[in-house]
Design a protein around this ligand. Structure first.
Ligand code: C2E
Ligand code: CA
Ligand code: CA
Ligand code: CA
Length: 274
């Protein structure tokens, strides 16, 4: 028994070292990717369910690695958060997305709101609000066209700082969205105190609408709650006609998902806007 225990320990350390090495490698490659322009942004439209018009787009990062091919953000964003490199990545994303939004406006395309994902590191970064302000001025995008998405997990890390940051963002006219809403374990009371504009109903509830009465009930309840609290709702990950039908019946105003369009290149997005 003793021997097995020791072997087990050995295996654990080997696996741990491997994962540390993998992380180190990934970190180096991400640094390189930033300098070598390997990152790009795709845009997924958000649709007004009354008018069928595109009212917003979510910027989603893509990494095209010369050897590995496409690397999913679910793989590299968490590592970038651990190593702190996310600050630089998020800042690049913010500038690139705002720049794109301003370019579309200048071309006279229909106005859309640009949604950008913010990691916890970036949210609590002391210069966030100054950065956002600086970028908006630099690229000449009016602040009302920018929405920042963060998760409940991010907001609850430091509730005092959270309300400061959200208020500061509100003061400069930037919108805030609560991403993956409903998947956290928090109480709902903060919703009435914090200046949040939009709830993004998590995809996991939308996908269960047809076969799971509980998911359907959760979606209805969140839509009802949002109405009372005067928050907008964007349903995420809509993939099927019956999900859309259910959302419309329950007065959801905006939806996003592969049913309407997968994330698009800037060029493809532009064609859709025209
Ligand atoms: P998220 O913010 O919840 O983004 C939505 C994800 O769902 C995106 O995955 C999107 O492509 C995918 N999606 C949209 N519609 C559908 C659908 O109908 N069906 C299915 N199955 N999926 C759909 P993606 O682009 O792989 O991003 C994954 C996560 O990585 C994001 O989740 C976000 O947390 C993070 N992420 C992506 N881009 C950025 C970024 O620029 N900065 C930061 N900090 N995080 C990012
Ligand atoms: Ca998001
Ligand atoms: Ca989400
Ligand atoms: Ca997510």
């Amino acid at each position: 028994a003793k021997k097995t225990g020791k072997n087990k320990y050995l295996i654990y350390t080997i696996e741990m070292n491997e994962s540390i090495l993998k992380k180190k490698r990934l970190e180096r490659e991400m640094n390189y990717a930033l300098r070598e322009d390997q990152f790009s942004l795709y845009y997924q439209p958000q649709i007004d369910l009354h008018t069928n018009e595109v009212v917003g787009v979510e910027a989603l990062i893509r990494w095209s690695h010369p050897e590995w091919g496409e690397v999913s953000p679910d793989k590299f964003i968490p590592i970038a958060e651990e190593t702190g490199l996310i600050l630089e990545i998020d800042k690049w994303v913010l500038r690139e997305a705002c720049h794109q939004g301003a370019a579309w406006l200048k071309k006279g395309l229909p106005a859309v709101k640009i949604s950008v994902n913010l990691s916890a590191n970036q949210f609590y970064y002391n210069e966030l609000v100054e950065n956002v302000k600086g970028i908006l001025e630099e690229v000449e995008l009016p602040s009302s066209y920018l929405s920042l998405e963060m998760t409940e997990g991010t907001l609850l890390k430091d509730t005092k700082k959270t309300s400061e940051v959200l208020r500061a963002l509100q003061n400069i006219g930037v919108q805030t969205s609560l991403d993956d809403f409903g998947t956290g374990y928090s109480s709902l009371s903060y919703l009435k105190d914090l200046p949040i504009n939009i709830l993004k109903l998590d995809r996991s509830f939308i996908s269960g609408i047809k076969n799971d009465n509980k998911d359907a009930a959760i979606v209805q309840t969140i839509l009802h709650l949002a109405k009372i609290l005067e928050l907008d709702v964007i349903a995420e990950g809509v993939e099927a006609e019956e999900q859309l039908k259910f959302l419309k019946q329950n007065h959801c105003l905006i939806a996003q998902g592969d049913y309407f369009s997968v994330p698009l290149t800037p060029g493809e997005m532009e064609k859709l806007l025209i």
